[in-house]
Every structure is written in C-alpha cells, then in structure tokens.
Design a protein around this ligand. Structure first.
Ligand SMILES: NC(=O)N[C@H]1NC(=O)NC1=O
Ligand SMILES: [Zn+2]
Ligand SMILES: [Zn+2]
Length: 479
C-alpha cells in the first residue's frame, strides 16, 4: 500500500483500495460486489465478494447497500470566474460539486469576464482556475460573431484545449457575449468538424411576443405568468427549426461531418421536441439536454415575486412538464445538466419581485443528484437511467472517454449515496454554493444524500467533510 503523492488531496490515505456495496451501478446493470481502485484508476469491477475476502493489497471501504454510481458529469455550469466571482467562483462552485457527487463539470464561456472567446481569454480562465478546483473541470469556448468567420482565431481557441463551443441565438444577458445567427453557427460547425468537437446552442430566437404589447393595462411584473408570456415556446421552435437546417451539414458526407450539435436546456416539450426527433431521424449528429428544474417545477407552482425560478427558456405549465418527463423516459432527451447560473442575490431583486428585470438563472449545482432523484422517482426514473443521463452521455459529449462509467480502465470518479435518506434543504444544511438562498430548491424536502465523492481515486468528500487541498485538474481537449 503506497502512500499517496499528496495526502491533502484525499480523505483516504490509500492509493489502492476496494469499494464494496450491494448496489454498484455499472453499464451492465446493478451488481453487488466491489470496485478495485489503484492509482486513481478503476482496475476491476467484480460481482460477489469471495475473491476479495482476503484483500491484502489494500484497504476495504464497505458501503453496505448504499448506491455506488459513476460521479456526475455536469456539462453546463456557469462559475463566473474570473470577473464575476461575487456570483460564484471556482472554489465555491467546485466545493459544491464535490459535496454533490459531481466529479467533473464543464464551465461555460460566459458570465465570467472576459468571456472565453479567444485563446488569450481562455488563458485567463485557466490562470483563474489554477489550484482552485476541487473536482475536474473542462471548458467550453464561445462562438460569437467576432470569431465565427475567423477560422484561425477559432482554431487557436480549440488548439488551446476547449472541449467544444457554445453560442446563443438570442441575447445572452452578457454584453461581451453577443448572439449568433444560423450563418455563424454553420461556420462554427465547419471548424469544429476537423476537431470532432460539439457546438452547444442556447436555442431561443426572440420573436415579438404578446406579453410586451398591451400598453393599456401593463402586466404585473411580480406575476410569473407575465414573464412566461414574454418567452413563448415559439421562441424555442424558431431556433430549433433553424438548427434543423444547419445540422444537415453534420450528416455523413456533409460539409461539417464530424461536428455535433447539442441543444442545451430544452423546455418546450411540444413542437421543438418534434423537430429534434426529425433532425435525428434525418441523420444529423444532434442531441438535446434538459435540466432538473424543467422536470421538477411547473409555472402553476411559482409564487408571485419568487424570482429564484426565473430562467430562460422559462419553466412552463404542468402539461408541458409532464410531457417533458415522458420524452425523457421515452429516450427522446439524451442527457441532463444543471445550467447552474447563479448571480449576486441583489440581482434577483427579491424586494421588488420583478420577474422582468431580475437575473435569469437557476442555482442548483450541489443538488443535481438529490433533485433529479427526488422528482424523478415519482415518474419512474431508475438508478441506471441516472447514470446514463448524468454520467455516461455527458462524458461522451465532452469527449471524456475515461470518465462517465464504473468499469475497468476508467478514472475512479465515483459517488456513493443513500437514495432513501431524506433531508430538509434549509439554512442549516451545509451548502458550499456562494449564495444558497437564491437556489430554487431551498426550502424543499429532498431524498438522496451524498455520502462520499471520489475524483480520480481521491476521496474529496466524505460524510460532510471536504479534502483540504483542491486537487481537481483542468481538462484540456486532446489534439
Ligand atoms: N447568461 C446566462 O447564464 N443565461 C442563462 N440563464 C438562464 O436562465 N438561461 C441561460 O441561458
Ligand atoms: Zn442558456
Ligand atoms: Zn447556461
């Protein structure tokens, strides 16, 4: 049993050990057995336990019937560092991730300042992240009008190691991250094809909407329905129809073969979803995510002035929510992400409760797992589905073939949790997010408590404690 290179990285002073449990979630199904970890890698996964009854090579951690699952890979997180660290930063965000069983997160190129739209700005991002990551963190670069037609600028950003690009089809809310049109996106995909990396798109196009026109009786900005009317499903439909067309380039033999288009945070479960199904059938390389808040909440439940629930696209009515749940269960939605997009609490305008002027963004990162499980189990979500939507597919989208599953040869990125333990998410709950009070989940009762989190074999979180050192690494795309 070799000593660890840096004992501050892990709460477990062993390099080689066995994790035992009656419920290990593997790609082949749930098994009772053990996962053998050595040097940060899963060296074997075995059913039963007899062959290890005398495990003299290392240490044994027996978790009984707690669930041992691949750590979550949250591909859609805004940590706002550098530049808006009073909203969230690398330290708070990655501590929250570790405590929540998220072993890898991919940081978005906007809400930080400057935005990550060039090699130079990406270097600033990496500099800010240095020695401050408690889990592994990858980065999306930004596709904006300024770089979309500048192939060499995009190539240097991609050569520097961003895992793919992200763009908006509507105003992003951040001045130095302007929106792209279909032509910019087509060019971006063409460059990405060579790298075989994805483009993630915020898919709403701002059309004139009924909410903003009635001047005789101005709508009440404290009412959620006022906000909901300003961003109807037709905005998502309009964007996704455009994307259907540009995605044709990603087909075999197309101009952007090798690139992939990923639609982020789908809310509309009606026509948008239909177009996505058709695009997949057409042979386009396309996928879609939704977020726990669209599965958990409905417009009917959002109280006047409670701007914690403001996000874009908006949380829609209960019928839409149920249809979205069904689409997920039926396999039409590929994966889940948080779109963790916190702000300083002042920007949520809790005093006025003004839905039209408050910052749009849901804060949820630390609660990805218990939230998905608490709401998901009511509509039949299984443990294997959690691993597919939260680990296997997001790892694949981000090009991380060593992450996202409990199987031999992969990184030992593991969450151990108790699906049956319930807790009140209130001010007494230990939360590492910078501003827990802005989270839409605060005040709810959840089930599914994270007991331990391993990142490349380091026990970074256990039983309410974090490892002292920040030993997560920045993930750079391989050439
Ligand atoms: N800029 C930013 O983070 N916007 C996010 N917030 C939100 O609710 N939807 C988004 O795209
Ligand atoms: Zn977005
Ligand atoms: Zn986002």
């Amino acid at each position: 049993d070799k000593p660890l290179p840096n004992s501050q990285c892990s709460l477990l002073p062993h390099d080689q050990y066995l994790i035992r449990s009656k419920r290990i979630i593997t790609p082949e199904g749930v098994i009772a057995g053990s996962v053998e970890v050595k040097g940060g890698i899963i060296v074997s996964v075995a059913e039963g336990g007899d062959q290890f009854s005398d495990y003299s090579q290392g240490y044994i951690l027996d978790y009984g019937d707690a669930v041992v699952m691949p750590g979550l890979v949250d591909i859609h997180v805004h940590l706002n560092d550098p530049g808006r660290t009073e909203w969230e930063d690398f330290t708070t965000g990655t501590k929250a991730a570790a405590a929540g069983g998220i072993t890898t997160l991919i940081d978005m190129p906007l809400n930080c300042f400057p935005t990550v739209v060039s090699e130079e700005t990406f270097r600033l991002k990496l500099e800010a992240a240095r020695n401050r990551l408690h889990v592994d963190v990858g980065f999306w670069g930004g596709l904006v009008p300024e770089n979309a037609f500048n192939r060499s600028a995009l190539e240097s950003l991609l050569d520097a190691g961003v895992l793919g690009l992200k763009s908006f089809m509507c105003p992003s809310g951040i001045d130095d991250f302007p929106m792209t049109n279909a032509t910019h996106i087509k060019e971006g995909l063409h460059v990405l094809a060579k790298y075989k990396r994805p483009l993630l798109v915020h898919s709403e196009i701002a059309l004139d909407s009924e909410g903003s026109t009635d001047k005789a009786s101005p709508p009440d900005p404290r009412s959620y329905s006022t906000y909901l009317k300003t961003r109807p499903p037709s905005w998502e439909e309009a964007a996704i129809s455009e994307l259907y067309k540009v995605a044709q380039d990603t087909r075999v033999g197309g101009r952007a073969e090798g690139a992939h288009l990923h639609i982020v945070h789908l809310s509309d479960a009606w026509k948008s979803l239909g177009i996505i199904k058709e695009a997949k059938e057409s042979g386009a390389s396309l996928s879609v995510e939704t977020c726990p808040h669209y599965l958990a909440f409905s417009a009917e439940q959002i109280k006047d002035g409670d701007t914690r629930f403001k996000c874009a696209p908006p949380i829609r009515d209960e019928v839409n929510r149920n249809k979205l749940r069904q689409a997920l269960m039926d396999g039409h939605i590929d994966l889940l992400s948080s779109d963790h997009s916190p702000s300083a609490p002042e920007l949520k305008l809790f005093d006025q409760g003004d839905f039209l002027r408050a910052w749009g963004g849901i804060s949820s990162l630390q609660f990805d797992l218990p939230v998905t499980w608490s709401y998901g189990k009511s509509f039949g979500v299984t443990l294997n589905q959690l691993a597919t939507w939260w680990s296997e597919r997001p790892a694949k989208l981000a090009g991380q073939e060593l992450k996202g599953a409990i199987s031999g040869g992969k990184h030992a990125d593991i969450v151990v949790w108790d699906p049956d333990e319930e807790f009140e998410l209130n001010e007494n709950y230990t939360t590492y997010l910078k501003h827990p009070n802005i989270s839409a989940y605060m005040g709810t009762r959840l089930s599914g408590k994270v007991m331990a989190t391993f990142v490349r074999g380091n026990l970074v979180y256990s039983d309410g404690k974090l490892a002292p050192a920040a030993c997560g690494v920045p993930i750079l795309a391989k050439q």
